[in-house]
Design a protein around this ligand. Structure first.
Ligand code: NDP
Length: 335
C-alpha cells in the first residue's frame, strides 16, 4: 500500500505490506472486468511524482491507503470481458498486489507468447521504457548517421536501449552511469563506444569535453539538473536535446537554475521535452522493430529482478540511488 505523501527522499516506509481480505478469484458477472494474477511489476521513476500531494507530474497522485498502481505483466484468471480469456497474458496498469480486478480492460495489451521473449520484458524492452527509448531517439532526437550522442542514466531501463539504437544508427555513443560495474556493462555488453562514472567527475562540463572533444549532437537526458547544464555547454551547433526525465530532481522543489542556457541561443540548440504517450500510434511498429532486433541478436536487455511483493518498496526506492543495474522488475509469481 502507499502510505503517505512525501517531498523528501522517498523511503521504504512510505509504503507498507498489508494482508488483504480473502477474495473470490472471479470477475463478477456484468462487470466487464478481468481478474488477473500479477507476475511481474515494474518500478518506474515517474511513480515517485505520484507520491506527492501536489505534483507537476502528468499523472494524478496516489491515494494514501490504496495499493500502489503501476505497470505489470499478469495472467488472466477469470474474465467477464469477451476480449480476454482465462490463461491470457496481459501487460498494462495493475496494482502492487497478488491478484487485481482490472476494470479498464481497453488499456490492457494482450501478449503473444510465441516469440521466445521473456514475459518480464513486456514492462521493459517491449514495454513503456523501451517505447520511450524508441520514440525519444527516432522521433525527438532526429538522429543522423555519424552524430555524436550522449546518454545519461545510460544503463537503466530507457538509456540502455537508446545507446544500442544509436549504435545501430551509425552514431558515436557515450553513456554515463553511477558505478564502475555499470560503466563496464555499457562498454562491454551494451556496445557503447565509451562510458564514464559521473560520480568520479568533479567537473562534469570538462569531463564531457574530454569524452566529446568535437562536441555533442544529441543529448538524451534522463537526469536533468547539473548534468543537463554541463551538457548544454558541450553541444554542437544545431544540436538536439531530448528531455526525457529528471531523475536527479526528485527531492527538489525549487527551480533549477542553469548557467549554460545561453548556449541554446548561440548554438541554436533544440531542447524538446516529450512523453512517450504522445507517440502511442507508433507502438505497433515499435514492437515489430524491437522484437526483430532482439531476435536477430542486434540488441540485448539487462534486467534487475527482485523476488516477492515484499521486496517492492526496497526495489523502488533503489531507483533513486542507482541500486538497479538495468530495468528494475519485481517477480511476484511464476506463471
Ligand atoms: P532507470 O532504470 O535509469 O533507473 C533510474 C536510474 O537513475 C538509477 O539507476 C540511477 O542510475 C539514476 N539516478 C538516480 N538518481 C540520480 C541522480 N541524482 N543523478 C543522476 N542519476 C541518477 O530509470 P528509467 O530508465 O526507467 O528512466 C530514466 C528516465 O526516463 C527517468 O528520468 C524517467 O522519469 C524518464 N522517463 C520518461 C518517460 C517519458 O515519457 N518522458 C517515460 C519513461 C521514463 P546511476 O547509477 O547511473 O546514477
Amino acid at each position: 500500500l502507499f502510505k503517505s505523501y512525501t517531498n523528501e527522499y522517498v523511503k521504504e516506509t512510505d509504503m507498507e505490506l498489508k494482508l488483504g481480505s480473502p477474495m473470490k478469484l472471479e470477475a463478477p458477472k456484468g462487470s466487464n472486468a478481468v481478474l488477473v494474477k500479477n507476475l511481474y511489476l515494474s518500478c518506474d521513476p515517474y511513480m515517485r511524482g505520484r507520491m506527492r500531494d501536489f505534483n507537476r507530474s502528468y499523472m494524478p497522485p496516489f491515494s494514501p491507503g490504496s495499493a500502489v498502481e503501476g505497470l505489470g505483466v499478469s495472467k488472466v484468471v477469470d474474465s467477464d470481458d469477451p476480449n480476454f480469456k482465462k490463461g491470457d497474458f496481459v501487460a498494462g496498469i495493475t496494482n502492487w498486489e497478488e491478484y487485481t480486478l482490472i476494470h479498464k480492460t481497453s488499456e490492457l495489451r494482450k501478449i503473444q507468447q510465441d516469440d521466445g521473449i521473456p514475459l518480464s520484458y513486456h514492462v521493459g524492452l517491449l514495454g513503456m521504457p523501451g517505447f520511450t527509448a524508441y520514440v525519444g531517439f527516432y522521433e525527438v532526437c532526429a538522429p543522423k548517421k555519424g552524430d555524436y550522442v550522449y546518454v545519461s542514466a545510460a544503463s537503466g531501463a530507457v538509456g540502455q536501449l537508446v545507446g544500442q539504437l544509436a549504435k545501430l544508427h551509425g552514431c558515436y555513443v557515450v553513456g554515463s552511469a553511477g558505478t564502475s560495474q555499470k560503466v563496464e556493462l555499457l562498454k562491454n555488453k551494451l556496445g557503447f563506444d565509451d562510458a564514464f562514472n559521473y560520480k568520479d567527475e568533479l567537473d562534469l562540463e570538462s569531463a564531457l569535453t574530454r569524452y566529446f572533444p568535437q562536441g555533442i549532437d544529441i543529448y538524451f537526458d534522463n537526469v536533468g539538473g547539473e548534468m543537463l547544464d554541463a551538457t548544454l555547454a558541450n553541444m554542437r551547433a544545431h544540436g538536439r536535446v531530448a528531455v526525457c526525465g529528471m531523475v536527479s530532481q526528485n527531492t527538489r522543489t525549487d527551480t533549477q537554475s542553469f548557467r549554460n542556457m545561453f548556449s541554446v541561443i548561440s548554438k541554436r540548440i533544440t531542447i524538446k521535452g516529450f512523453l512517450q504517450s504522445d507517440f502511442i500510434h507508433l507502438y505497433h511498429r515499435f514492437l515489430e522493430d524491437i522484437t526483430s532486433y532482439y531476435k536477430e541478436g542486434k540488441i540485448v536487455y539487462i534486467e534487475n529482478m527482485n523476488h516477492g511483493l515484499e521486496s517492492a518498496p526496497t526495489a523502488f526506492v533503489g531507483l533513486f540511488s542507482g541500486k538497479n543495474v538495468g530495468k528494475q522488475v519485481i517477480c511476484v509469481a511464476s506463471e
